[in-house]
Design a protein around this ligand. Sequence first.
Ligand SMILES: Nc1ncnc2c1ncn2[C@@H]1O[C@H](COP(=O)(O)OP(=O)(O)O)[C@@H](O)[C@H]1O
Ligand SMILES: [Mg+2]
Length: 255
Amino acid sequence: MTPDDTTKPEDASAPLLELDDVAVHFGGVRAVDGVSLHLREGLIYGILGANGSGKSTLLGAVTRLNPLTRGHLRFDGRPYENVPAHRVAHLGVARTFQTVRLIDDRSVLDNVLLGLDTADRSKRKHARGRADEVMERVGITHLQRMRPSELSYGMQRRTEIARAIVGTPRLLLLDEPTAGMNTEERDEISDLLRSLQQEGYTQLLVEHDVQMMVTVCDYLFAMNFGKLIAQGLPDDVVADQGVRESYLGRQAADA
Ligand SMILES: Nc1ncnc2c1ncn2[C@@H]1O[C@H](COP(=O)(O)OP(=O)(O)O)[C@@H](O)[C@H]1O
Ligand SMILES: [Mg+2]
C-alpha cells in the first residue's frame, strides 16, 4: 500500500511533502542515497533504521540543513530545494534534534520564543501569547522561568517540542524525542504526539522503540545504508523480512 491509500478518495490534494530521488553524500559516505517518498497531511509517519542508516541526515535534507547531492524536494506542491535552511521554517517545517539543543543561559520561555521570528514589535506582542499557549499545551507552563539545565530530561524534550510548534508549522520532524526516557515518560510523549495530530500537525518521527512506533505511527518507512528498504502500515513493515534482518535482528542481537 502507498500513502495515497490512507486518504479518502475525495482528498485529491498534493502531498504535503515529496522527496524525489534525494541523496546526501558526505565525501564517500552515502548517508542518504536515492530516497523518494511522500507524506500526506495529518498523518504521523515514522522512520525505522539502525544507527548510521541515514535517518537524521534525511531530516536534515528536508530542513535544507544538509545540502542535497541530488534530488528534489516539494512542500505543498512547490519545489523548495533552492530555499535556504533559514527560510524553511517560513514554509512551515520545524524540527527537534537528536540531542537536546537548548540555550542554557536563557529561560525556558525565551527558548520557546526562539522558535518564532520576533523581529518586530507587533509580532513580539503576539509571540508571548502564542508561547503561553504552547507551553500550556506541552505541560511546561510552571517551568517557564527556569533554566533548561534545571529541568528533567523529559521536560527539556517538551521544551524543544514547544519551540518547534510555536511557529505553527504544518510539518513537525522529531528526531528521537524519547531517547533516554523511561517507559512512562515515553508513553507521555506518545500521548502528546497523538494529541498534536488531533490538532492537525503532520509528523515525521524517528525513534528506535518499535512498540512505540507501531502504536503512534500511521505509516512507517524503514531505512538501511541510506536507502528505503520498506514502507507501509506499521505492522507490515515490522514484519518485513528485510527490515527484520537489517534492523530488528540487529536490535535483538544487541539486547
Ligand atoms: N556531517 C557529516 N559528515 C560526514 N558524515 C556524516 C555526517 N552526518 C552523518 N554522517 C554519516 O552519515 C551516515 C548516516 O548518519 P545519520 O544520518 O546520523 O544516521 P542515523 O540518524 O540513521 O543514525 C553515517 O555513516 C554518519 O557517520
Ligand atoms: Mg540519527
